[in-house]
Design a protein around this ligand. Structure first.
Ligand SMILES: Cc1cc2nc3c(=O)[nH]c(=O)nc-3n(C[C@H](O)[C@H](O)[C@H](O)COP(=O)(O)O)c2cc1C
Length: 313
């Protein structure tokens, strides 16, 4: 059975959210991205890394994702993160399109410098006993789609698995993910390839598997406010029927996430961080826009829950 991955999403795929996804059938997840250089040079008490690297013991297999462009920092960060004993693999970010990441030649900018990307994979592989995986795109832009030779080079450099987002850096998150191009990468290498981009329900998951021939699927935005997407896709793969949860259960889950986040980071931080999640959980409900505005002004989760319950009719 193809494996289902929760794609890494900065600011979203923390331990609380990941646990909800694992409960619904997600097989593997990834932390939010961690700067290799930042991690190595931060004072040990720095909260940011404590939060970024936290994991619940009952989560399933978890990759830690690092980004950077300096092979030495990447290798040392991988070694230190491996020593924490928390992670089952090390994932290297070669897909992030954000200016602040590519400006430092990291993320998807590495697709423009295959030799450097290969040196990073090689060095990280030697620095850790864990499997080394890479998350990449189709290339920098439409004129530079080098995913196939790039993937082959990474495989030769020691990568154990590749996740391919079917867009170029120039596309960011716009347009449609090109699953045929992911299939070309899959056929060009012998290591497992995970397809990513625009998998939003059971039928798109089956289509993506058919078109790409990949070994698994990574789901990002389709899982926002929707950890049930994993059970939905598993049902589709098994040819079994799927019934979405009633909205009362959606609210229960949102509130559980909120309480767990509050227990972890305090209610004030959790209220701010949960705003986007509440918006995703309630997207598409009648009157949800007005309720969301009030939710964003609420000063306690009790208030938030009362507001959300008004949408359950
Ligand atoms: C808010 C957000 C944050 C993301 N953060 C990361 C990240 O930290 N590392 C990474 O490799 N990809 C990141 N991505 C990209 C996703 O992992 C994924 O490749 C992309 O969203 C396409 O998949 P989808 O169509 O299923 O969303 C992020 C995407 C979004 C929307």
């Amino acid at each position: 059975m193809p494996k289902l991955y929760l794609a890494p999403m900065a600011g979203i795929t923390d331990q609380v959210y990941r646990r909800l996804c694992f409960e619904q059938g997600c097989d593997c997840a990834t932390t939010e991205m961690v700067s290799a250089q930042g991690y190595l040079t931060a004072p040990p008490e720095r909260n940011a890394y404590r939060f970024l690297l936290a994991r619940f013991p009952e989560e399933g297999p978890l990759a830690v994702q690092i980004f950077g462009s300096e092979p030495g920092f990447m290798a040392r960060a991988a070694a230190r993160l491996t020593d924490l004993g928390l992670f089952s693999s090390v994932d290297i970010n070669m897909g992030c399109p954000a200016q602040k990441v590519v400006g430092g030649q990291s993320g998807s900018a590495l697709m423009k410098d295959p030799a450097l990307a290969a040196r990073i994979v090689y060095g990280v592989k030697r620095a850790t006993t864990l499997p080394v995986t890479v998350k990449m795109r189709l290339g920098w832009d439409a004129e530079h789609k080098n995913a196939v030779p790039f993937a082959r080079l990474l495989e030769q450099s020691g990568a154990d698995l590749l996740t391919v987002h079917g867009r170029t850096r120039a596309q960011q998150y716009a347009g449609k993910a090109d699953w045929d191009a992911i299939g070309e990468v899959k056929r060009a290498v012998t290591i497992p390839v995970i397809a990513n981009g625009d998998i939003v329900d059971g039928s798109s998951a089956l289509d993506a598997l058919r078109v790409t021939g990949c070994d698994g699927l990574a789901i990002g935005r389709g899982a926002l406010g929707n950890p049930w997407i994993f059970s939905q896709i598993k049902a589709a793969m098994a040819g079994a029927p799927y019934t979405p949860p009633p909205f009362s259960q959606v609210i229960d889950t949102a509130m559980r996430q909120a309480r767990e986040m509050a227990a972890w980071k305090g209610e004030r931080s959790a209220l701010l961080e949960m705003r986007k999640h509440f918006a995703w959980y309630t997207a598409g409900r009648r009157s949800s826009a007005q309720v969301r505005t009030k939710v964003n002004l609420a000063s306690s989760f009790r208030e938030v829950e009362d507001l959300l319950r008004t949408l359950d009719h």
